[in-house]
Design a protein around this ligand. Structure first.
Ligand SMILES: N[C@@H](CCC(=O)N[C@@H](CS)C(=O)NCC(=O)O)C(=O)O
Length: 226
């Protein structure tokens, strides 16, 4: 098995799994949890003391995989860059000297640093508020921040077919993953407010890799609409 991915449904590990499917690399899922009340496997915590997923491990030597040479990393955007560079033949990212490289890196970091941060404000307000009484304020600010950051991305995309223009990339997969966290029941905006984001998310959803990894989420959406 080339990769092992610490995994929980609904988490950022799903986007990494889609990338592994697109690459066609063999991988094993290690089921863990994002439930704050449940413990994480010690092996996961040894790699990522934050307790978050995704966490990716791989052998650095095919003949000696998982013996003494296992490598590991966390942070979804970093894993994305790592996998795309390591599997350049999958054509999921512009190469170092291609003109879209800057926008690719910029958008990944913006997703990770700004859009995900807005989600965190709403989903994990205790990390931002000093007292429980302050948490609703952090959550409301998170919702506003979601609108602000998704609007920036929507404007950036404009009439482009994909985030990077006319080439599909891992950034489109990342975008799709983030849209699945928008939850109107929590007061979040929906992608109806961001038509360019919506157009790309819909196109990504039709890919076989996404249909496989997000089968349950897609079924839930279909049920909610009917
Ligand atoms: N910056 C990290 C954030 C990862 C993250 O927030 N993961 C969430 C699931 S999407 C998680 O593990 N939550 C459980 C927790 O925070 O304990 C990344 O992009 O990989």
């Amino acid at each position: 098995m080339e990769y092992r991915l610490f995994y929980a449904p609904g988490s950022a590990a799903m986007g990494v799994r889609v990338m592994l499917e697109e690459i066609g690399a063999p991988y094993e899922l290690i089921q863990t949890t994002i439930d704050m009340d449940k413990p994480r496997p010690p092996e996961q915590l040894a790699i990522n003391p934050n307790g978050w997923v995704p966490v990716l491990t791989w052998g650095d030597d095919a003949d000696n995989e998982r013996a003494n040479n296992e490598c590991a990393m966390y942070e979804c955007a970093a894993i994305t860059v790592f996998l795309c560079d390591r599997h350049a033949e999958a054509n999921l990212a512009p190469g170092f000297d291609e003109p879209e490289r800057g926008l690719y890196l910029q958008t990944l970091v913006y997703f990770s640093n700004s859009v995900q941060n807005a989600f965190q404000l709403n989903y994990y307000p205790d990390r931002f508020a000093d007292t429980p009484a302050d948490e609703p304020s952090a959550q409301r600010r998170g919702i506003r921040r979601l609108r602000e950051t998704w609007s920036v991305i929507d404007d950036q995309i404009g009439d482009n077919e994909w985030v990077l223009g006319d080439r599909f990339s891992a950034v489109d997969i990342y975008l799709f993953m983030l849209t699945t966290w928008l939850n109107p029941a929590r007061g979040h905006p929906t992608t109806d407010e961001f038509p360019n984001v919506r157009r790309i998310a819909d196109a990504v959803m039709s890919r076989p890799s996404v249909q496989l990894v997000y089968a349950d989420w897609i079924a839930e959406q279909t049920e909610t609409k009917s």
